[in-house]
Ligand binder design. Sequence first.
Ligand code: 2RA
Length: 361
Amino acid sequence: RKPTLAVVGATGAVGTVMLDILSTRPDVWGEIRLVASARSAGTVLQVRGEGVEVRALAPGVFDGVDVAMFDVPDEISADWAPVAAARGAVVVDNSGAFRMDPDVPLVVPEVNPEAVADRPKGIIANPNCTTLTMMAALGALHRRWRLTELVVASYQAASGAGKPGIDRLRAELAVVAADETLGTTSGDVRRAVADALDEGVDGRFPFGAPLALNVVPFAGSPKDDGWSSEELKVRNESRKILGSPDLKVSATCVRVPVVTTHSLAVHATFAEELTADEARAELEQAPTVVVQDDPATGVYPTPADVVGQDPTYVGRIRQALDFPRTLDLFVSGDNLRKGAALNTAEIAELVAAELTGRDQG
Ligand code: 2RA
């Protein structure tokens, strides 16, 4: 029997990509149930070429479900993932609610697939998209040279904030495209966006400042000592996924006016000396990593090219001039695919293989 899958949060930005992924990957699922808030119940969405009616989130929707993928806000996962698990589903959760719970594995299939099996709560967590964007590449390098220090700056797309984030960026872009004088004097973009969109009073812009014609050196919510939630997630989650509790990590998370695809500038230090050529060769062997690295001819990853693709793209691989065990590199990955839906689907497929094997055994 093929396992039954529930997709909770089927109508969101990640949920929409998930339905596409489920329609194009090898089909390991029997029934696929779509679940969302009561507001979306009754909507019919296409998955695997068929219309499926969305059900309202309620305990009964998990009856008979083998695997439940959640892509909903933290507080909804916190309440409902245990409900699904109690009814017998293995939950793969893409919220931040359980990622650092010691009884919940945090899984990137290229790095720590074995962790899937150790899930005392019946819940497996999917990492934050910013961390995930670099994990396939860093995992490959870590296996060979052991990562000891990681300094990153992120370039995060608007869709990290879901559909509202995409809508907001497009609305701001429409405002600035209409006036070619904008971007020439201090505060002109801020005033134009605030006036046109009527909600951007100082300090209340959804991204903290206008995102069109701008970059915003903050992503996530404020935490102690000036850090953002995103920056702390990069640190904590990288340590957990790589199994390196002492890994030194420092991150600066920045929002850029890109619709989808996060990038990171990575400064990674290893226990062993390595050259850029050795690292490039290692990354070329990694099945889900694509190396695009010939800057002299303009070959490097950019979000506009990477969006919609499954692999992690890596370029600008350099040996840091003053640091013999350190590489500098640039990574781009679609934050809705590998950064969210795809990694969740891959984890769910590992569970499906385990359940199917158990049935056969
Ligand atoms: C963001 N990483 O980019 C977050 C979403 N999970 O906003």
